[in-house]
Design a protein around this ligand. Structure first.
Ligand code: ATP
Ligand code: MG
Length: 454
């Protein structure tokens, strides 16, 4: 239900407008003057303001100015008497949507309000669209590998050929997918992303194809799936190798027939969608082990784009560093930080398991955490791979991949071996120290397969 704030000092006008607009299904909030109106807005977000130009205390034009400054998204409709129509015109020039002349024609009130709200809906839609194709970063790098990737993007963007992007974590697969959409003729259509790994198998079908009301418990309303939402745009199937085999079969069918049904629906829905898929898995390996359908792979892999790991195109590091240094520069400094040659050497020989994402996080960290303007090796060592190092330093690191029972056995064994060594394999002494009966220790030594080396 859209909501409308009416700011007018005349009680009669407030009452009439409230009646009409509530009949039309809007929520109506009232204010007697500009101050009251602005304070209402702080507690109650609205979609539209109807504003009298002639107000006591703070004039309508001043209120409008404030509205445009602080609530640029809210449309404003002006009410004016015939005598001050010139002010109304000025208001429209300042960004008001339209004006209503007194005495009010109720029909016109309804039309103008409807149009204003429709415009606002369009604006919102436009914004979500812009956000959806937004690229977090420019694609930096002029190594041979990056040049090749740029070429591939240029060559393939214009067609509707399906693209499979391969690369380790954080190499920029999503960035490449977005770049392709941006350069394609579908740029004004939606870019819809599905993270196949993040959606439980039971929901993936409904997520991709949508469902009709009542198709299953909790299907309270019809819902469009991602394929439908991506109509006239691009659908980015991220982590495609994590799709279950049954979902793979369904995706394959859509690719072949360019049509599908919503779950619980009869109607065939045809869509015009360009598919871009990505994975960080070795997909050929997945095919060999039967976890990925070969026929789907062939369908998706019309144009493969492989993004090599950062360590294999380390010549891009200088450009990337200066880009991220600028990006994360603190406003209190005039210049971005510099990296000393020794520190750069460390960065160049590092293996970057998290690729560009890891580099980006590292650059952000040193910009936030250090005052140092000239980054020295010590700082790099301190912040590089901090997470990995923290983990390795932790006593639990060795157990991190184990089930509890396995971890317990492991720990028990390590401790017993250590104590036995400390006590030169003297069983009764070791048992005493561990608070066990010697027979008990014997049993454990056998069960855990501990060798007594003497
Ligand atoms: N060439 C590049 N230049 C600048 N920034 C980049 C580049 N490549 C990637 N990035 C940035 O690095 C981060 C990781 O990129 P992205 O999310 O595209 O990687 P990904 O391969 O999809 O990773 P994952 O496999 O973890 O999903 C993003 O913030 C992205 O903007
Ligand atoms: Mg990704």
């Amino acid at each position: 239900m859209p909501s409308v704030l009416i700011i007018d000092d005349e009680q009669g006008i407030r009452a009439v407008l409230k009646d009409v607009l509530e009949d039309e299904g809007y929520e109506v909030i009232l204010a007697e003057d500009g101050y009251q109106g602005l304070s209402r807005l702080q507690t109650h977000p609205v979609d539209l303001v109807i504003l009298d130009v002639w107000l006591p205390n703070m004039g309508g034009i001043d209120v409008l100015k404030k509205l445009k400054e602080d609530y640029a998204d809210i449309e404003v409709v002006i009410i004016s008497g015939h005598a001050n129509i010139d002010i109304a015109v000025k208001a429209v020039k300042m960004g008001a949507f339209d004006f209503l002349e007194k005495p009010l024609s109720l029909e016109r009130v309804i039309t103008v309000v409807r149009n204003a709200l429709a415009l606002e809906d369009l604006r919102k839609e436009n914004r979500t669209l812009k956000n959806s194709i937004f690229m977090e970063d420019q694609m930096i790098g002029s190594s041979r590998a990056m040049k090749k990737i740029h070429e591939l993007i240029e060559q393939s963007a214009g067609s509707d050929a399906r693209i499979l992007i391969l690369g380790e974590n954080g190499t920029g697969k999503e960035l490449v997918a977005r770049a392709i959409h941006m350069k394609s003729k579908r740029v004004f259509g939606p870019f819809i992303e599905v993270n196949c790994a993040a959606i439980p198998d039971t929901l993936i079908e409904s997520e991709l194809f949508g469902h009709e009301k009542g198709a299953f418990t909790n299907a309270f309303a019809r819902r469009k799936g991602k394929f439908e939402l991506a109509h006239k745009g691009s659908l980015f199937l991220d982590e495609i190798a994590d799709l279950s085999l049954s979902a793979q079969a369904k995706v394959l069918r859509v690719i072949q027939e360019l049509a599908f049904e919503r779950i619980g629906g009869e109607e065939q829905i045809s869509v015009d969608v360009r598919l871009i898929a990505a994975t960080n898995k070795n997909i050929e390996e997945e095919i060999k082990t039967g976890r990925f359908r070969e026929d789907l792979y062939f369908r998706l892999n019309v144009i493969p784009i492989f993004i090599p790991p950062l360590r294999e195109r380390i010549e891009d590091l200088d450009e990337l560093i200066s880009y991220f240094m600028k990006k994360y520069k603190h406003p209190k400094y005039a210049e971005s930080k510099k990296i000393s040659p020794e520190a750069l050497k460390i960065l160049k020989s590092y293996h970057w398991p998290g690729n560009i994402r890891e580099l980006k996080n590292f650059m952000e960290r040193i910009n936030i955490m250090t005052e140092e303007q000239y980054i020295l090796p010590a700082t790099v060592n301190q912040y590089l791979g901090a997470k990995e190092k923290d983990k390795k330093d932790s006593f639990l690191y060795d157990f991190s991949d184990m089930k509890l029972n396995e971890a317990k056995d492991h720990f028990e064994k390590e401790l017993i071996v250590q104590k036995l060594k400390d006590n030169e394999y003297n069983i009764s002494k070791t048992a005493q120290i561990l608070g066990l009966y010697p027979s008990n220790l014997h049993n454990k030594i056998k069960k855990l397969g501990i060798k007594i080396e003497r």
